[in-house]
Design a protein around this ligand. Structure first.
Ligand code: AMP
Length: 536
């Protein structure tokens, strides 16, 4: 027997049409490079995104052609997010924090045909232009400086459109966009999202028990649009029709807090580093900003429990989420289930600090040498995932097949426990695990506990080779401004919280923790720095 239902393809043109027809008055606000505010409506966005699609087609774009963007979070980047895919092109967002050599490698590997670049990032373009072969470079005039000769102004490019555009018929499996993962070793690896995966990810993300995004929200994606499609939020936000307030290049605490206040933001998202800065600014001047109750989605690295508690005092709710570039990125979200509402406050905070339960359509399991580990909250295993927005391969990279299990699950490289309620807790990356005398130590748990000390701004814990124990933990600590604490005091602080053999024998104080281009601790660099540690 066959179903009697229609099979309309899940493609992005549906979202754009819906936005243009149902929410023309919703606003899109951007903080420009000079800090002024650019403001327009979905009606403008709709017209211009379609104009970009038409202009690209007139310029010869063929289905599947890659169009790269080198841009901050702005209205123009949002136009590219929709205009490129609805024309049949593939939106390829470039991480502007990477080294120019890596950006050039990525452009060449993806075979990008067009490049859209913010005028304030032209210096970066200058650094790569001799190493790439892109047919047309389109410059978005954000700062008003003249567009260099030989390059096309984005506004002139849009003006080549006549308004006579009709969407090409795209199958739902057509490629929509691509991102390269910012691994700390080896070349970056490309992940290609489809229209279908993106639509399903948007529907899943918006759900009440996931990000709970509604039309009446005001959304600020602080996570860059060049990092895993800003966690898909531009698509999800436009799907629900909510107002968007884009920070442009201004990601510092004061500019963000000003934007939250003036635009009455209710939902925002970014990595923990950003929120550390915001928290410090709020603690310094607790009455300066009048904010609405706001939910802050935190992901990309672990959200320390101390941070979740501290924001609660400001009526700002941290929502911890976990994901990966290979997962579009959403995998798990940590909300407390209804049946757990009576747990005591400390248990509830521990739950909120875990990575949470899997979102609908994503399956999780944790594997060790004996197979899938029990959901007992203590047995560790490597997290594996499966779902319609999880990558099944990398772009042009057959050598990485072992990232997928024989039965098709994606191996995340994250080591986790899963408890009886399904809450996933990351204990480490496989490559960051510390094995001391045959026992595992979780660097993330130690970091989380250390960051609960009032004098500690940041803590990164790594494994260092040890003659007797094989490996022992070393904690690198960044202190808060004007604060001090000794290694001994920190060990005393940790002692009631962790197993005795976990206590870091070495605690060093550093100016800063080295980071990757996406703000994660660069532990390989720390390991290099401290590899000759003497354990006297
Ligand atoms: P990326 O593909 O750059 O987003 O990196 C994905 C990796 O970031 C994951 O495999 C995790 O190791 C880490 N990650 C992402 N979100 C979290 C989180 N909430 N807590 C801990 N680690 C995270």
């Amino acid at each position: 027997m066959l179903s009697t239902m229609m099979h309309t393809p899940l493609t992005l043109s549906h979202l754009l049409e819906r936005a243009g027809t149902l929410f023309p008055k919703s606003e899109i606000v951007t903080r420009m490079p000079d800090k002024s505010i650019h403001r327009y409506t979905y009606a403008d966005f709709y017209r211009r995104a379609r104009a970009l699609a038409e202009a690209l087609q007139r310029a010869g774009l063929q289905p599947g052609d890659r169009v790269a963007t080198l841009s901050w979070n702005t209205y123009a980047h949002l136009e590219a997010y929709f205009g490129i895919p609805v024309a049949g092109g593939v939106l390829h967002t470039l991480n502007l924090r990477l080294h120019p050599t890596d950006i050039a490698y990525i452009i060449n590997h993806a075979e990008d045909r067009f490049l859209i670049v913010d005028d304030v990032l032209l210096k970066l373009y200058e650094a790569i232009k001799g190493h790439i072969n892109v047919e047309k470079v389109i410059v978005v005039p954000l700062s008003g400086q003249p567009v260099p000769a030989g390059l096309t102004s984005y506004e002139d490019f849009l003006a080549t459109a006549t308004g006579d555009f009709s969407y090409p018929d795209l199958p739902e499996d057509a490629p929509l966009g691509m991102c390269y993962t910012s691994g700390t070793t080896g070349h970056p690896k490309g992940v290609v999202y489809s229209h279908r995966s993106t639509i399903l990810h948007s529907l899943g993300s918006a759900l009440p028990d996931v990000l709970n995004l509604a039309q009446r929200d005001v959304l600020t994606p602080v996570v860059p649009m060049f990092h895993v499609m800003a966690w898909g939020l531009p698509f999800t936000g436009v799907m629900v029709g909510c107002k968007l307030a884009m920070p442009g290049p201004h990601l510092d605490a004061v500019n963000l807090l000003d934007l939250y206040e003036s635009e009455q933001v209710t939902k925002t998202a970014g990595v923990p580093t950003i929120w550390m800065g915001v928290l410090q600014a709020l603690q310094k001047e607790p009455t300066r900003w009048k904010l609405l109750p706001m939910e802050m989605v935190v992901g990309g690295s672990a959200a320390p429990e101390a941070m979740i508690r501290a924001f609660d005092a400001f009526n700002l709710t941290v929502l911890h989420a976990w994901g990966m570039t290979e997962m579009s990125p959403l995998g798990t979200v940590s909300r407390v289930k209804g049946n757990l509402a009576d747990e005591d406050a400390d248990t509830a905070y521990a739950r909120r600090a875990s990575q949470g339960i899997s979102v609908p359509l994503v399956d999780v399991r944790a594997m060790n040498e004996n197979g899938a580990v029990p959901w007992d909250g203590t047995t560790m295993g490597e997290l594996e995932v499966r779902g319609p927005w999880v990558a099944a391969s990398y772009f042009k990279l057959e050598s990485e097949r072992d990232k997928w299990s024989a039965d098709g699950w994606f191996r995340t490289g994250d080591v986790v426990t899963i408890d009886a309620e399904g809450y996933v807790k990351i204990t480490d990356r496989t490559k960051d695990l510390i094995k001391s005398g045959g026992e595992w130590i979780s660097s993330l748990d130690l970091e989380n506990a250390l960051m609960g000390h009032p004098a500690v701004r940041e803590a990164a814990v790594i494994a260092v080779a040890h003659p007797r124990w094989d490996e022992r933990p070393l904690a690198a600590i960044v202190l808060k401004e004007g604060m001090s604490v000794s290694a001994e005091e920190l060990r005393d602080f940790l002692a009631p919280k962790v197993a005795k053999f976990w206590l870091p024998d070495a605690i060093v104080f550093v100016e800063e923790i080295p980071r990757t281009s996406t703000g994660k601790f660069l532990k390989s660099q720390l390991r290099d720095k401290f590899k000759e540690w003497s354990w006297e």
